[in-house]
Ligand binder design. Structure first.
Ligand SMILES: [Cu+2]
Length: 166
């Protein structure tokens, strides 16, 4: 009788452990899915001009997850470097660009809008000219969501599908 009871306790213990393991697994899966909710819309990059080896790319990056994220960096096989730039107007009306240092936060439910005259991705040291009608792959690196690949069409004008919200 005593031996049977002991066996029951071991059985219950194993069952409890298995249940806990299953719950932990489901929890981790849901957590992993939650943090990877980055959506990119309306991406485009300008064609290069003449022998120029630089261009700029624009897009709207939406954080559809329920926690904040940060855009750390970007890269493409076609360019030596991709920098996040901010366009500003000086007091005497001159447009200037400066590199944004560090990661750019995107709150949960918020969007980072990259557009002409504002924040943009600067493509530096392009291997070949970018022509309208081509595409390039930009890889965005986020602190939480990790690497997100974006297909960026090359176009002289913004695509009609671009989200016009500020
Ligand atoms: Cu720039």
């Amino acid at each position: 009788m005593f031996g049977l009871t002991k066996l029951r306790i071991v059985e219950i213990g194993v069952a409890l452990l298995l249940t806990l393991a299953a719950l932990l697994f489901v929890g981790l899966t849901v957590w992993a899915a939650e943090i990877a909710r980055i959506e990119v819309a309306g991406a485009w990059a300008r064609p290069t001009i003449g022998q120029g080896t630089t261009s700029a790319a624009y897009m709207t990056i939406a954080n559809k997850g329920d926690r904040g994220d940060m855009l750390k960096s970007a890269r493409t096989p076609k360019a030596k470097a991709v920098e996040l730039h901010q366009t500003t107007m000086t007091a005497d009306g001159v447009m200037q660009m400066r590199k944004i240092e560090g990661a750019v936060p995107i709150e949960a439910g918020a969007s980072l809008v990259l557009k002409p005259g504002g924040t943009h991705l600067m493509l530096l040291g392009l291997e070949d000219a970018l022509r309208a009608g081509e595409e390039l792959i930009l890889t965005l690196e986020f602190v939480n969501a990790g690497a997100v690949d974006v297909v960026v069409p090359v176009s002289a004008i913004a695509p009609a599908t671009t989200d016009a919200s500020p």
